[in-house]
Each structure stands twice: as structure tokens, then as C-alpha cells.
Design a protein. Sequence first.
Length: 1029
Amino acid sequence: MRQFKRTALSLAAAQTLVVWMAPAIAQNTAAPAAAPAPAKDAQQLETVMVSGRRAALATAQKIKQDSDEIVDSVVAEDIGKLPDRSVTEVLQRVVGVAMDRVSASSDPVHFSAEGSGVVIRGLTYVSSTLNGRETFSANQGRTLGFEDMPPELMAGVDVYKNPSAEQIEGAIGGLVNLRTALPFDFNGFKASLSGNVTHNSLNGKSKPSVSGLLSNTWNTDLGKFGALIDVAHSLSSARTDGIVVDPYYIATPTSTQWNPRDIGWRQQSYDRTRDGLYGALQWRKGDVESSLSFFRSKYQFDWNEFNVIAQINPYNVNVLSGSYDANGVLQKGVLTGKQNADGSYQGIEVENQTRFSKRASQTDELAWKIGGKVNDQLTLTSDFQYIRSKTNNFDSTVGTAVQLPKETIDLTGSLPRLVFDASDLATLNDPSKYYWSMMMEHLDKGKGTQKSWKGDARWVFKDNPVLNDLRVGVRIAERDAETINSSPSYNWASVTHAWQLGWNIKDLAWIANTDIPTFKNNYNGYFGGKYNLPALYFPAPSVAFGWPNSYQKLHQLYLQQCAALTHPDWGWKPGVTGCDQWNSAQGGVQWAPATFTTDPAGRNSQKETTTAVYSQLRFSFDELGVPMDGNVGLRVVRTRNEADGYTTMTAAVPPAGAVGLAVPPLTSGGKAQNFNQSFTDVLPSLNLKYKANAELQFRFAAAKAIARPQFSQMQAYLPMTQSIEVDPKLVPPTVTKVSQTGNAAGNPLLKPIESTQEDLTAEWYFARNGSLTVAAFNKDLKNIIVNQAFNQTVIDNNGKPTNFVLNGPVNGAKGYARGLEFAYQQYFDHLPDWLQGLGLQANYTYVDSKMTRYNAVYSKYCSPGQGQDNLNLYINGCDTDARTFGDVPLANLSKNTFNLALLYDRGPVSARVAYSWRGKYLYGVALNSDNTGPNQTNALDTNPASPTYGKHDGDANNIPLGLPLWADGYGQVDAGLHYKFDSGVSVGFEAQNLTNRTYKQFMQQHIGMLGHNYFTSGRSYTVTMQYSF
């Protein structure tokens, strides 16, 4: 690392010195005999401040038309005025880009009204830059959380579809570059102040946002100076209401009736604070220019969730008066619990969870750039950057529970329906029926830093009919990333549940007998008044965020009940309490709060150093009578990864005198282990543009690109287990099976995903802001990262190699993503009178994809466990009857997306009605975020060849679930109307989700695509005002 720093500093110092000496060099250089012809330069994506939507669209179109590369841009209509309320929503309007509307792909059960991420051309392999410099959030990934970035600070957003050699590597789907303004982008003094208030119809709350920019320039004898400061503070409050249907089960392998475990509901209220600070200093004298900038993005997201879920074994559910469709899927009926000996039913234990979560993140960037001409042909540029990012998260869930007599359900409508009769309501409205049930907390934190330097040189060819310029450069970057999870990670503990009665606790911890606060949630206006739910008693939010003191009080309730239960004669020692029984089974009853420890299972520490060199030649054949130009280049990058890790071994101990299979001798324990790897990637690129005439042009682009693994996929923690089975009936004891397995948290030796890609476009620019473009693209992928089994050799105590079968991420597949893009925009200025302001924007993207594993894994049925014995789980999925699904498509890829916007811009009036639609796509298989994944180990074994045929979790069989979870197609209508006065004041009104659409998710089972989650976030209305001078 020291060598890296010395090399970077010496190179940077040398180049900076040359730049500063450029004016003197120029003065001492003989003047040429004749002035050189103007350089045929590429279109630089410089920030140009415009005013009005027409001007913004025209500027974005000009950037696309003149660029050497294939790029789509969005330009701010005015200072701090991108066309949407978040960067993710801005990006979704770009052709080829789609937005995620959930908190994260790994957590699809939490809807996000402002979006959380983007995919480009169906791929998540997206990189992000800020003013051309790499940037990121400390979230175990490699890109920004775009929802964290204040859109008020942005002057524009560019999406590159095919890379050039001088761009930073790491993007396969595309590169998103966020642009901010510099002082010289304005003519002298400029100031702007904006404010808005947004009201959410579902929670009835209104929140303000403000932003302001101040910029000025000065001409002095020392050169031109400029200073700019831009600040933003944004508050948002919203609510999401949701209905959830659990997976469907059959009772026996021969049953034909599929019943859901239950229907639950959740209500999430969130408050978001987003702050931004950007400052820039700029100086220019002669041909030398320098800029120093600081950027800060600060984000805090707090939410409360009230979640109602059933705590019942699905095989104990009885259905009364059920009606079924042709596939045997329940349509209507009454769900209740096990039947008692007297013919009555036990009902369903319903848990009412109050969850509080708080996530705070901050990213700071300091950058200094200086460049200038050494002579009329050579230009040098030096660019320093330092990034520091951090994030902290606290998550707390506490629950009460009540025995609900039954659930009467109707699944035939657009929303699942619950009906509660008088006996149900009497139970739910009686606080004496509720008891404290559970508690669980989780903490994590992360930090990341990066130091980078980039040096570029550009040589302009004079009097050459073909060659424009040659660009060469080097970039050196050193990045550290660390995330730490609490130990335990999710610290679940029971207080009192019905299933503990009689063996662990004497009675339930009734809320009426405690002073721990609860509140009655009336669910007023649920789903905007479309849904009637009964009131329930939940833990007060103060109990959730009062951790750890509130948790200690809850644990004392458990201790009282377990100590009160004694077992006179249950096969245990007389007088042993329920606490002792739990202590024996669980290793202790004393609850302790989750804390940050040195436990390696929760720590992921990574270091990455990259060194890249590039050369790019720009050319043009215009002077030879061929209207074609472009660039060809080569980027060579060497990446070195270092991961601090830990490996544990749990060795089996055969009984004395055992015979049978040999058991390799191993020693239990753990050791720290560091992993190092390096790889070099050679990335050629070609971008060609053929201008048929002033309006029509064609492009061809080809390149090789890479996307490095996420840091979360590279965690170097590996627990390995050696287990044996011994036949107790044989004498001497006989070892009949030896299993040597492990579940890797990550794989520090992963290689980058690679893509060989081609693009072909046709672009017709028939007006200043009128165009029609068509693009075809193909990306051939290899080294796709998937979860599957792989072998690892371990040396035993005798010095002999023995094989362990591990499960974890590997470069295990290849595939492709190919498709078409269509984009159109036009203002209809030929219309009469006031209709001349009408305009239209439309785009459509089609993507086809396929993934093929290098080592195909498939069997008709899943097996118990989540390791190597059940390879199907993360590949082919597992249904509730243990059948697999076979091949599933690439995750997060929608075949169809489109945007349509009706515009009106004439004089001081600007209006837009925009519709954005994304087709269905797969979140993933075996996600642990809800009851469709491996956190449920209750699949019924229907494999006739299995020794546990017909059994499930309660019968010594633990087959986990892995249902493919899908997002349904979703479209949303947004609108805005703005009026600008001559005084520089503009006012506006905006609305989001005008049609109040419901967002749906489906779970895939062999009986069909079944409704799983249903969300609504209501409409939002915003009043805006801006003053610029």
C-alpha cells in the first residue's frame, strides 16, 4: 500500500507541476507559422444551465446526438429542478432503465414509494459516478444508493450504454453519471431559492423541503475565480398498507386441496430526511484551469411497521366450508386451528408485531482537478479524489399475541378479503386476551473509503485528415470497505407463546398484568378506506425503540413464567423448572442484547486496489468524404483484493472402537485467514458514428466490460462441519455415513462478471427537441455469480487431503441479455395557436435473457437442509410439497418497460402527465425476507423414494421452502403543472400515483402464480415555489 501511495503521489506531483508550468512553457515556445485548424473534439458532457423543459429536452438531445458514445441524458429544467422527486424516479424515465419499487431486491416485502435502485437493459451490473468520478455508499455494494442522493443538487444525469476506454470500468448494464454545476457554468452572479411541501394522502402528513444555490465569478489580474455553494434539505413522510397471503400447503402427498396458512396485514409509516451540501471553487488563467469541490449526501430513514402474522403450523390449519378452483386452490373458506377432542377448534395464534427501524448514511467526497495546455497540441489533467462513506442501522421488533377464533377469507377479488364476525371482534377488542410474545433486535454498521488519482494526457493531431487526438491516462484507486453485523445478528427471543405452555412456561404474560405500554391500532383509512380491519393491541413504538431496557422488562416476564412451572415427573429430575428445561435445550435463558463483537461471522473486511491504464484514439473521415467518426481504445486494469476472514471447523468424534467408514481425523476450532487475489482485465472498445445527413445518423459500438463482485458476496467467513452417522444396532458401533460440508458466507476468490457487447442504433433528429431513435443491443455474459456447491480440499491431522463440499457464491454461469430500445420525442409546433405547446415523449424497451449454469443441478425433489444435500434450493427452488421448479430466469429483469409523457410548454406554462410501466420480473428464489424462503423449513416430503415420505418439520424432516417470488407488472401516473412569472418566481403543483395503483407480488407454486403481497402507498401532492435571480 505504501508503494501505491508513493507511486500515485509522485505521478500526480509530476503532472501537476507540468500543468502549472504550462503558461511558461507556452511563452518560451516558438509560435507556429500558421494558426492550427480547430481541433475536432468530442462532445464533452459539460454542465450547461438551461431554463424550461423545452430547453432541457433540447440540451439532452444535443448531448446524445453529438456524443462519441451511446448516452441518454436528463438535464435539469432549472437550478435544482430535475423533473422528479428522486434520482431513481428520474432514471426510470430513461429508455432502457427500470426502477425497483421495494426497499431492496433481497427484501421485497417492504414497498418503497420513491424507489430504491435501477437496472439498465435488464441487468443490475450498474456503476455510478459523480462528475465522472467513481462514487458509492457504504452498503456492501459498489454503487450509490440513488435514493440517498439529493436531486436538488443535480444539474443532469447521464446514462452510458456502452463504455469507452477512458471511462472507469465496472459497468455492464450501464454507467450512471450524476453531474453538478460549477461556478463558470453561470454568467457571473446567480442565486436560487426553492421550497416545496408534499402531502401524502394515506397518512395525512405534509412535509417541507428547501434548497438554495449561490454562485459568483470574479475577473482579476490573477485570473478568473468562481465560488458556488448549493444546499438541500428534504423531508418526506409516507405510509404503505399491505396485505399478505402465505404459501399454500397440502396436508398429505395424495391431497388435492391447497390451503394458505393465513392472511396477514402490515402497515408501514416512514419518515425520510435527506440533506445535501455541495461547494465548488474554480480558477482559470490562460489555458490552465483548476477546481476544488466538496460533496456531502446525508440520509436518514426511520420507519414504524405494524405487522400481523399467524404463528401456526400450516399442517394444523383446518378449513371449514371451503370452496376450491379447478387446481384445488382455496378460494373461500374459514381458517382455524387444530380440532380438540370435544369437536371444538383451537383457533389461530396471531402475533401483532411493532417494528422500528432507523438507518442513517452519509457519503462525503473531496475532489481537486487541475489541467491545462502545455502547448497547442498537448493537454494534461490531474484529478484527485477522496471518498468517505458510512452507514448505521438499528432494527427492533416486539410483539403481542392473541388467540383468534378463526379467519374467514375470500380470495376471489382483486384484493384478498378478511371477514370478522361478532365473536372474532369480541376477542380482538378485549385487551385481557392479549399477551407479550416475542422480541428481536438487529444492528449493523458499515464504512468505506477510497483514495484515487487519475492523470490524463491528450495530444491533438495537426493537419491530419483522419486522426483527431490521442488520449492516454492512468488511474490508481485504493478502497477499503467494512461492514459489521451485531452478534447475534437477529437476536430473536420468545417471551411467551401458546406452544410453550406446559413444558416451558406456566402461563402467558398477559398485557393487562404488566405496565409495559401498548396501544390500540384502529387501522383507520386502511388501503385508502377500501379495506375494513378490526382494531388490535400492539406494543407501543416506545417499547421497540426503548431497547435494551424495554427488552429486559420483557425478558423478566418470561423468567417469571418459566420459573413458575415445575415438572414433578416428565422423565426429568423432579422439581426442575421450565427455565431449567429451556436452559438445557438452548444453552441458557439469560437474554443479552445484541452487540458489536469480534465475532467473524458478522464482519466483512475488504481492501481493493486497482491500477488502470488506457489509450484512446479519436478519428474522423469527414475530410475524406466519408461522414464517419468515432473512437477506438484499450483499457487495461489490474485489480488486487484482500479479504480478512475466518474459518471454523467442527469435527466429528467417532465412538470408541467404531468400525465402518473411515473418518478423516480433524480438530475442532477456528483460525483467522486472509485471502489475496489479483486479476488483469483487457478491455477493448470501439464507438463508430456514421452521419447520413444533418438529421440522420447511425452508430455501432462494441466493447468488453466487467462488473466486479459485490463486497457482500466476497465475505471470507467459512464454517465447516464434519458429521457422521453411526448405526446403534450394530456391535461394535459402525459408521455408516461421513458428511463434510460447509456454508460459505461469501467467496473472496470470486472473479468479475464479463460481458462482450455490441450496440447498433439509428437516430433521426428532425427538430431541436424532436427525435426518433432505435437501438439493438446484445450482451454475452460469463462468470455470472450464482449460489451452488463447490469442492474444497482440507488437509487432515495425518497430512492427507480430504474433500469438503461447500455451498456459496461461485462464478458458475453464463448467459446473455439482448433486446431493442425505441425512443421518441416531439413538440407539435405546427398545431394552431395555443396547441403549439403540446408535446409527446415515449420510449419502450424489450429485453430477452437466458442464464445457463456451467454445472447444471436438477432433481425433481428437494432434500432436507440448506447445504450441499439440497442443491436445488437456491437454484431451482422448493415448493411446499418439496418439488422443484427447474430453470428460472435472470433476476430483476423485465422483458417489457415503457414510458409515455404528454407535455405542454408554451410561454410561462409548463405541464406534464407521465406514465411509467415495468413488466413482471423475478426477485429471486429462496429469499429469506418472508414466509416463502428457507426461514420456513416445513415443506411436505412427497418424494416416494425418500425415507421421510409424507412427513414435515414436526416429524424429524426439515425441508426448507424456496418459492420464486415475482413482481407483477406495475404502472404509475404522475403529473405536474408549473407557471413562471417574469420576476423570476415560479410556482407549481405536482401529483404522484394519480390512479392510486396497487403494487402486487406473486409467489410461484406448481398450482400457479398466486397472489402474495399487495401494497398501496396512496397519492402524493406537492406545491412548489422557486425564485431565481
